[in-house]
Write a protein that binds this ligand. Structure first.
Ligand code: FMN
Length: 217
């Protein structure tokens, strides 16, 4: 690399919003829902449902990657993937994961620690059926996270499968489906001036009962 990359002057003043004490619901999912749709309505975030998923890998290292949130309710956050992928194998051994959202346009971050559970088969079937055919075939074609000999091999495999399934329904492969991340803690970060940001941490005490802690920024 040819030049030194000094980013110490990159600075921003956060002042778009705040997390006032009167404004906080009893449970984090209600606050998450409110934030999610506020960000969506602002129209300034491209993929509001894109989130970072961190797993602890079989090699002992954490790994982050982006996946798409496809459903959320009081039970948790759902994403879909290949169960044989690197993340799938990691979750099979250690289901403790972290999800995070960064919505820069609203100066917001949400961090969720939780446990991932495979989604019920009928719900994975339902979502798979709702996907465009191209995405369905993509799930069949890709041995996600395994080494690939060449791009041509992949495209060739897709053509063969297109021919094989022409005019037929494409079944969901059993190695592809959803995970629900059941939250243990949810932390909300709202950027504020002078680096005195608002941070609210919800910790699960027992079923649907949350302790609320305000954290130093
Ligand atoms: C915007 C975006 C959305 C993505 N959505 C998904 C997704 O919903 N499911 C998925 O398996 N991979 C998704 N990916 C790809 C993953 O980031 C990752 O490359 C892939 O799942 C393999 O990860 P792994 O080898 O760590 O298992 C997405 C990537 C980006 C950038």
């Amino acid at each position: 690399m040819e030049k030194e990359n000094d980013l110490s002057n990159y600075r921003k003043v956060y002042q778009k919003s705040e997390l006032g004490q009167n404004d906080i619901p009893q449970d984090p999912m209600t606050l998450f829902q409110r934030w999610f749709y506020e960000v969506e309505k602002s129209g300034s975030v491209d993929e509001v449902n894109a989130m970072t998923l961190t797993t602890i890998g079989l090699d002992g290292f954490p790994k982050n990657r982006v996946v798409l949130l496809k459903r959320f309710n009081e039970n948790g956050f759902v994403f879909f993937t290949n169960y044989n992928s690197e993340k799938g194998k990691a979750i099979a051994v250690n289901p403790h994961v972290c999800l995070s959202f960064f919505w820069p346009a609203m100066e917001r971050q949400v961090i969720i620690k939780g446990t991932a559970h495979k989604l019920a088969e009928n719900l994975s079937d339902g979502y798979f059926e709702s996907r465009p055919r191209g995405s369905q075939l993509g799930a069949l074609v890709s041995d996600q996270s395994e080494p690939l000999v060449s791009r041509e091999y992949l495209e060739d495999k897709l053509k063969k499968l297109e021919a094989e399934f022409q005019g037929k329904e494409i079944p969901r492969p059993n190695y592809w489906g959803g995970f629900t991340v059941e939250p243990h803690s949810v932390e909300f970060w709202q950027g504020r001036p002078n680096r005195l940001h608002d941070r609210l941490l919800f910790k699960l005490v027992e079923d649907y009962n949350w302790e609320l802690i305000r954290l130093n920024p």
